[in-house]
Design a protein around this ligand. Structure first.
Ligand code: NAD
Length: 467
């Protein structure tokens, strides 16, 4: 641990020294760095899929390609096609007293950015921030999750192959190294992970006043409004829930549905599970839980419901023999104080919670911590408006699930306990930049009017400015 800590500190010092030599990398340099991420993805996608599948026990290469590699390539294309425009100074207005001046904002790189990565999407949550960090002209140190040893080792090797250590590097290690990493005096630290660990990271960063972006978790609700066909909603809910076996930060955590439609939604969801994971492909395409701890936690959540008279329905799909597997499971009208309704589920269990009026569903969401994502299914504009204005969440997808995360033009992030700060696209570029406000005196310096000795002009100016 001591040696690794030394190394991490040394690498930070080396990156910072390199940054000091080039505090405003030009457009061409940034584009070339971004191209190397693209090259890495093009040349190494199969190796990456294999390492992730090995660490998970089973994860379909399709899932890794569709949910990590393809969106990364799309983010990269977006950043490269907009970078020149993002780097341009942004002109700002001025008030009448300062008409003789001009104002603008220049987005300046911050320096060295730390990137802390969870295990559930180890590629996109490492390289996604890296795209924004490098586009903004910074350098990066990445700490992957200790729960994925093969993927972390591969990422360390590949980053070293495509980037010199003073541009980007990976620091591997366990929780002790993660703690040390979060206490390094970065110029910015982006942490993606659980709310509980996020609090520790924030405390560690506070000692250095390191600015933070926290991308955390929480229980993302889905509201099926009274007008929306439950069969149609079921397709998107099952898809959003079962990608990566529910181990997705923005997976629908639970569904609020009209009481009289509970049964129809239950049947429709079970039908959708069969359609998504037919017997001939299920065992290869359905992802395992990442480890025994996750598996035991979810099993205990279900066991609690047995003692509390709650209906639990396990879908009949086949899974691999290897890894920790849990089949998609519906929980019908669970007590609000059970573990599965109090903690983020992060697995393939979906509680269905009945409501009688839409206002009641909104109140249910608002009575709980602000979630990372919210899903609304409705074709009724007034219901859409009511939910949007009546709730607070990180992001929203209407009539679908997960899709907001793939929109490069939208900021992605949580609010309150689900996160601080958003990134992706231009918002990511700005997140990892310092917005330096610049005021320039042109023909006449207005400060002259405010200079002593005071008299008539100062009186006039004072009256004009405090009008
Ligand atoms: P986690 O909080 O356990 O771990 C995240 C990172 O923190 C890992 O790199 C780990 O090494 C490090 N870490 C662990 N203990 C630490 C400590 N004491 N001090 C400093 N660092 C420490 O999260 P996880 O289990 O890997 O991921 C699941 C969680 O992440 C879920 O809550 C999920 O919702 C959330 N998540 C959020 C997003 C998002 O974009 N908002 C994306 C994916 C996952």
């Amino acid at each position: 641990m001591d040696r690794q800590a030394d190394t991490a500190e040394q690498i930070l010092a080396r990156q910072r020294a390199a940054f000091q030599e080039d505090i405003y990398p030009p457009y061409e340099v940034r584009m070339e760095r971004l191209s190397r991420i693209g090259k890495l993805l093009d040349e190494q996608s199969d190796t990456l899929c294999e390492a992730i599948a090995e660490d998970f026990g089973n994860r379909s290469h399709y899932e890794t390609k569709l949910l990590e590699i393809a969106p990364l390539k799309s983010e990269l294309r977006h950043a490269k096609s907009h970078l020149r425009k993002w780097m341009r100074p942004s002109r700002r207005g001025r008030s009448i007293e300062f008409l003789q001046m001009s104002n603008w904002v220049q987005y300046q790189p911050l320096g060295v950015v730390g990137i802390m990565v969870p295990w559930n999407y180890p590629l996109i949550l490492a390289l996604g921030p890296l795209i924004d960090v490098l586009a903004a002209g910074n350098r990066a140190m990445i700490k992957p999750s200790e729960l994925l040893p093969a993927t972390s080792a591969l990422l360390a090797r590949l980053i070293a192959q495509y980037f010199p250590p003073e541009e980007a590097t990976v620091i591997e290690g366990g929780v002790d190294i993660a703690e040390m990493f979060s206490a390094l005096p970065f110029d910015h630290l982006i942490f993606t992970g659980s709310t509980a660990v996020g609090k520790k990271v924030m405390a560690a960063a506070a000692a250095n006043l390191t600015p933070l972006t926290l991308e955390l978790g929480g229980k993302s609700p889905t509201i099926v409004a009274p007008d929306y066909p439950v069969e149609k909603a079921a397709r998107d809910i099952a898809f959003g829930k079962l990608m990566n076996a529910g181990q997705t930060c923005i997976a629908p955590d639970y569904v609020l549905v009209e009481r009289k439609k509970m049964d129809a939604l239950k049947q429709a969801l079970l039908k959708q599970v069969d359609a998504l994971y037919p017997q001939n492909t299920a065992s290869q395409q359905y992802t395992s839980l990442v480890g025994e701890r996750s598996f035991e936690r979810l099993k205990q959540g279900l066991a609690e419901l047995q003692t509390r008279n709650t209906e639990v329905i396990a879908a009949a799909i086949s899974t691999t023999e290897t890894g920790f597997n849990m089949v998609p499971t519906l929980v019908i009208d669970p007590p609000p104080d059970c573990r599965l309704m109090e903690e983020e589920i992060f697995g393939p269990i979906l509680p269905l919670v009945p409501y009688d009026t839409l206002q009641e569903a909104i109140a249910f969401v608002q009575a709980r911590p602000r979630p990372l994502a919210l899903y609304i299914f409705t074709n009724d504009r007034s219901a859409e408006d009511e939910v949007l204005k009546g709730t607070i969440s990180g992001n929203v997808t209407i009539n679908g699930t997960l899709l907001h995360i793939a929109q490069s033009e939208l900021p992605f992030g949580g609010v309150g306990p689900s996160g601080i700060g958003a990134y992706h696209g231009y918002d990511g570029f700005k997140r990892f930049s310092h917005a330096r406000g610049i005021a320039k005196v042109r023909f006449f310096n207005p400060a002259v009017l405010a200079m002593p000795p005071y008299g008539k002009i100062a009186n006039l100016l004072g009256r004009f400015m405090s009008r």
